[in-house]
Design a protein around this ligand. Sequence first.
Ligand SMILES: CC(C)(COP(=O)([O-])OP(=O)([O-])OC[C@H]1O[C@@H](n2cnc3c(N)ncnc32)[C@H](O)[C@@H]1OP(=O)([O-])[O-])[C@@H](O)C(=O)NCCC(=O)NCCSC(=O)C[C@@](C)(O)CC(=O)[O-]
Length: 372
Amino acid sequence: MQQLQHVANSICSRLLPALCSASFGGPASRGACISPGIAALQARCISTLQNGLPATVTIYEVGPRDGLQNEPKTIPTDVKVNFINMLTDAGFKAIEATSFVSPKWVPQLGDAREVMARIRKAPGVQYPVLTPNSQGLAGALAAGCREVAVFASASETFSKRNINCSIEESLKRFEAVVSAARKEGVAVRGYVSCVVGCPYQGHVDPAAAAAVAGALYDMGCYEVSVADTIGVGTPASMEAMLKETARYIPLDRIGVHCHDTYGMAIANILASLRMGISIIDSSVAGLGGCPYARGATGNVATEDVLYLLNGYGIQHGIDFDAVLRASEYITNALGRPNGSRVANALLAKRADEARRAAAKAEKEKAEAAGAA
Ligand SMILES: CC(C)(COP(=O)([O-])OP(=O)([O-])OC[C@H]1O[C@@H](n2cnc3c(N)ncnc32)[C@H](O)[C@@H]1OP(=O)([O-])[O-])[C@@H](O)C(=O)NCCC(=O)NCCSC(=O)C[C@@](C)(O)CC(=O)[O-]
């Protein structure tokens, strides 16, 4: 039975790209609305475990960028470089390293060029950076970046507050960025913020969020991450939005980016996995938040996501202990509490075990001295 499932999965994982390019002409003719029937077929074609969850998940670590962009204190470049190197050692294949945005808007990441010059770049690992416009792309290319990300919004007000232009203007800007990046052989990821709620406008129509995501995919983003920027989503609102988004973008090209403001991020991720999503953005220690999203807290913690995936036996390729070391390092460097419940529980347990072992050793030493 297991062997049969394996054969079916491997046929399907080969069939999926072929199916996408045959039905929609591949990346060149993307943006054609995918019929619900095809979307359902794609969902079945992603290699799954017997419980219907994806067998493998890609974690897109956003800690160094999303995590650090909103910190009140200036963070030394050395700390950022050490943090990214520790994440590389932990086995992440995508680490969003920094942003080439205006330092007047986000001063915390004003050392982007230096960070990119100094981090250790491991083969097979991407170090994407945010580029809001052609000026950002020029900076990223000069710094040798091989992957960039553009970021749109499903909410007009948020778009204006975050990047100082309307959604339509942003998409025009991004078209130029994506086209120039691709000419240089640089891959572009897309983001859509506020896909289930906006700090300024409140409710966001799932169809509106999906249309912006579809536009980014259509212009050549290789994958689009849909972001619950202020963490107001529930499994129900995530499912409604993903159902719409899957009409434009194959499921294996959609990432989810959940903030944990209302404590729903893990539930939302599980709902997304059940729909066939296999790309998850997260941030070590739950760092993060957008400076232009009032009241939003950090991203879902990477440690919490890994704990969820481990519980199901979903493959992710990340060394959990190395993540915990990076988590301790960055929270100590920032002087802030750890935002991961899993990290807090495990670190407390380990500290307790170490205390007990030390007490036991002390007692044995005293007994030995008494006996002598
Ligand atoms: C987009 C702009 C630049 C428009 O800002 P603007 O003021 O409209 O830009 P401008 O073109 O009028 O230029 C104004 C000044 O900025 C400079 N400038 C212009 N562009 C750049 C650049 N790329 N790099 C460096 N400098 C730049 C430009 O040279 C000029 O300098 P001046 O002549 O005044 O000295 C600005 O609004 C900006 O940088 N916004 C970034 C905001 C940001 O980074 N937000 C957080 C990331 S998004 C996020 O967190 C959400 C996400 C992705 O995580 C998903 C989610 O959770 O929702």
